[in-house]
Design a protein around this ligand. Structure first.
Ligand code: SAM
Length: 219
């Protein structure tokens, strides 16, 4: 058991050196979170030894856990601080929410596939990540009752940016969302300034499964 723990710690260190730091991620909070969270527990037993590899992995239900670098890039782009409240669309394995939970005050995460949500909840409980609140729903309308959010992260590809999400960002709020067609998207960063004016930056190409829902893809 101890050997296993050490083995995965080494794999995490290696992942951070080769995939995260080597590609220019400098945010110490993101790096510390990725060094700490046991990513292998968010995949099936058969895939544990691949959990720290440089690619996404299947998590069932035709969904994926994102490549470590994309998790780091998206998290860093949110420029998080410890009092932030963050909304995530697409809990999936729960790994991205777990990373966020190490950095911010509270994470709100929505997932439309019930079995994935239940599995993620079990891992959060096991790891005692108590600042993650989850909801089974179509997240494309956001989470009105808990809004506004300091940051929003969408971990599935959308045809457009749902206006509901922009409305639920607080002044000075940041959002990252993959936008494009069903095969390839651009990772878009939105910054809503103090006056509510929206600033949009393109962070580069990416490839995500579809954001399916009322204000996303219909199927
Ligand atoms: N963040 C996840 C992780 O760390 O494993 C990866 C997410 S996976 C790439 C995309 C997830 O978005 C899937 O689990 C999918 O079911 C979910 N999803 C797609 N459309 C959604 C919607 N409208 N509301 C909530 N979740 C959605």
């Amino acid at each position: 058991m101890e050997n296993e723990t050490i083995k995965y710690e080494r794999m995490r260190d290696d992942m951070i050196k080769r995939q995260i730091e080597a590609r220019g991620i400098k945010d110490n909070k993101v790096i510390a979170a990725m060094r700490k969270v046991p990513r292998h527990l968010f995949v099936s037993e058969a895939l544990m030894d691949q959990a720290y590899s440089d690619y996404p992995l299947p998590i069932g239900e035709q969904q994926t856990i994102s490549q470590p670098y994309i998790v780091a890039e998206m998290t860093a782009a949110l420029e998080l601080t410890k009092n932030d409240r963050v909304l995530e669309l697409g809990t999936g394995s729960g790994y991205q929410a777990a990373i966020l939970s190490q950095i911010v005050y509270r994470v709100y995460s929505i997932e439309r596939i019930h079995t994935l949500l239940i599995r993620a909840r079990k891992i959060f409980d096991k790891l005692q990540y108590h600042n993650i609140v989850i909801k089974y729903a179509d997240g494309t309308s956001g989470w009105e009752e808990e809004s506004p959010f300091d940051a929003i992260i969408v971990t599935a590809g959308a045809p457009d940016i749902p206006q509901f999400l922009i409305n639920q960002l607080s002044p000075n709020g940041r959002m990252v969302i993959p936008v494009g067609d069903e095969h390839v998207q651009s990772l878009v960063r939105i910054y809503k300034d103090e006056k509510g004016i929206i600033h949009r930056t393109n962070l580069g190409g990416c490839r995500f499964v579809k954001l399916i829902g009322e204000h996303g893809w219909k199927r």
